[in-house]
Design a protein around this ligand. Structure first.
Ligand code: SF4
Ligand code: SF4
Length: 195
């Protein structure tokens, strides 16, 4: 009784496949049952951009300085502003287009006011592309639960005095010690050894 080579090869491959299945049957699963299970994202992972608010007043930290919009390589940030009666910039609108944002984090780097941040939040897929542009209200709501440490800023008076002291220190010449002028006589007569 003879068997064709393809039949033997098929049986061999079938057994290899069954062996692989058997080996993984009782091992720990490396996949998650999404969406009932989700990965915990690393703390500094860069997901959706949000706007941060003052923890006490709840107001946005943004001063409408435009630095983030200028730093954005994708032109994903759109800001409209005007001068208020107090001569400070006021925000009219602030939006981020997540369909072109590349999550580079340059806006967060550029901001000096703890006002914008990238968060580990994700899962914002949609079939409606225009809805990926988030307005100021949505950005603020997304940032409400983001914990951050406000950077410590110097009081204006302290900062000014520190600057003045630094400038004065730089302009004041450093006194130098007088040069020692010790001369060693070489002529014996100068030493008082002459007869
Ligand atoms: S988020 Fe920061 S950098 Fe951007 S406009 Fe507001 S204060 Fe300026
Ligand atoms: S993460 Fe990068 S691309 Fe996205 S808004 Fe900020 S600067 Fe622009």
């Amino acid at each position: 009784m003879t068997y064709d080579l393809p039949v033997l090869s098929g049986i061999k491959n079938l057994l290899i496949g069954l062996w692989v299945t058997l080996r993984h049957l009782f091992s720990h699963a490396v996949t998650l049952q999404y969406p009932t299970e989700r990965w915990t994202m690393p703390e500094r992972s860069r997901g959706v951009v949000v706007l941060l608010s003052n923890k006490e007043t709840g107001e946005l930290n943004c001063t409408a300085c435009m630095l983030c919009a200028k730093a954005c390589p994708c032109a994903a940030i759109m800001i409209e502003r005007h001068r208020g009666d107090d001569k400070k910039w006021k925000i009219d609108s602030f939006s981020v287009d997540n369909s072109i944002c590349c999550y580079c984090g340059l806006c967060e780097e550029a901001c000096n006011f703890d006002a914008i941040a990238l968060t580990p939040k994700y899962e914002f897929s949609t079939y409606d592309r225009p809805s990926l542009t988030y307005d100021i209200h949505r950005l603020q709501e997304l940032g409400r639960d983001v914990d951050y440490t406000p950077r410590v800023k110097k009081a204006p008076a302290a900062a000014a005095s520190a600057t003045t002291a630094t400038t004065e220190a730089a302009l004041t010449p450093t006194p130098t010690a007088p040069k020692a002028t010790t001369e060693t006589p070489t002529n014996p007569s100068e030493k008082g050894e002459s007869a």
